[in-house]
Ligand binder design. Structure first.
Ligand code: CMP
Length: 137
């Protein structure tokens, strides 16, 4: 069984759609293996998005991800990485297919409701950044 990391971002948490987003996962065969609501520090967010450090949107991204609490989730299932990305839709909600999480709940490319790991290897790294092994059940 594959694991992936999902983050429900500050915009979606503030909108009160945590439950609706989790339902998309569970209704589509992804099991919740771990879940917690946390408020990332600047240091946490910079480390999590270190791969984007040189991108022009990095500062705004860190600012946004530390602006309010997030919900971090470990999803488990067959092809969990790809399935989660399919459920999320394109990074830019204007390009996201209808019926996807971003098409339904995101406002902009910055406030895009959810993050999902883009590979099995990155999922392993991202999960280890936010969860201890004893929290994944
Ligand atoms: P996420 O999947 O969390 O990964 C990095 C985030 O940076 C991305 O979602 C977007 O919310 C944000 N971002 C802002 N501008 C861009 C861009 N031009 N390309 C990719 N991601 C961007």
């Amino acid at each position: 069984m594959e694991k992936t990391l999902s983050i429900i971002k500050p915009d979606a948490v503030k909108k009160g759609v945590i439950g609706k987003i989790i339902d998309r996962f569970e209704s589509n065969g992804l099991r919740i293996a771990a879940l917690k609501k946390v408020w990332l520090s600047r240091q946490n967010a910079e480390a999590f998005y270190a791969i984007h450090k040189s991108r022009p949107f990095f500062k705004d991204l860190v600012e946004f991800m530390t602006s309010a609490p997030i919900v971090a989730i470990v999803l488990e299932g067959e092809n969990a990485v790809a399935k989660n990305r399919e459920l999320m839709g394109a990074t830019n909600p204007k390009e996201a297919k209808s019926g996807t999480i971003r098409a339904d709940f995101a406002d902009s490319i910055d406030a895009n409701a959810v993050h999902g790991s883009d590979s099995v290897e990155n999922a392993r790294i991202e999960i280890a950044q936010l969860f201890g092994s004893f929290e994944i059940l």
